[in-house]
Design a protein around this ligand. Sequence first.
Ligand code: PAF
Length: 282
Amino acid sequence: MEVIKTVKDMQRRADKLRLAGHMVSLVPTMGFLHEGHLELMRVAKKNSDKLIISIFVNPMQFSPTDDYDEYPRDTEGDLKKSREVGVDIVFMPSIEEMYPENYQTNVHVEKVTRHLCGISRHGHFDGVSTVVCKLFNATKPHLAFFGQKDYQQLTVISRMIIDLNMDIKIVGVRTVREPDGLAMSSRNSYLNAEERESALCLKKSLDLAGQMYEKGERSPAAIKEAVEALIKRHPFTEIDYFSLCDPVTLEDVQTLGHENLLALAVRIGKTRLIDNCLLRKT
Ligand code: PAF
């Protein structure tokens, strides 16, 4: 497994891979790899013959009040896990390499960034789309893999790909959960034992909403009321948002149709967690 630290070296290596006829995939990450990332890598490996992952904690997608400094990091562990999965190249640039002096460019996706996480995390998706665009330019992949847990991120990147005519196929990969249902996230490591218990309210909310939808409930307000009551029964919780929306535009819907996205963000103590599911007629 190669570790590459500069954009120039990465671009040269990517050119060689493409010239040699390889199908190249990228899994962008911020490190502290967990089973969710490993699943992305496994799926990517099955669908390509050279797998690049990037490890870069991107300061541009954190606001000053976010957890950039505390964000968990474990380079040694990440390299070991990557080797075990069979990653070919780890691209691990420094901040100076990604944002050199006098850096002043921003990729901004308009409408789909206005909802859900975009409401409380100003500028977050500009940071994401900008860094992902730069990672694509550095690694030149044919395919890139993103987790469906970050549904809005996947939507924003897919929009950017279409709008900027990027010749990359974006693949969404299922959310990987702990045995009790909690979606895997690097931020789960912030939770103490009691908070960890309360964090189950996210998956329970999705299940409750799913059951109500299956029984024929089509009122977002009724589902919202039931979910809010459920979450309030769990200590340390504060809802950031709960949305039943169109899975493409991410705009709230007045009545549930054949396919709807349920997305929510809940603070558990100081940790903000997100989860989502599709409510669809089978
Ligand atoms: O999902 C993440 O870990 C990050 O947002 C990403 C896509 C690696 C960009 O920094």
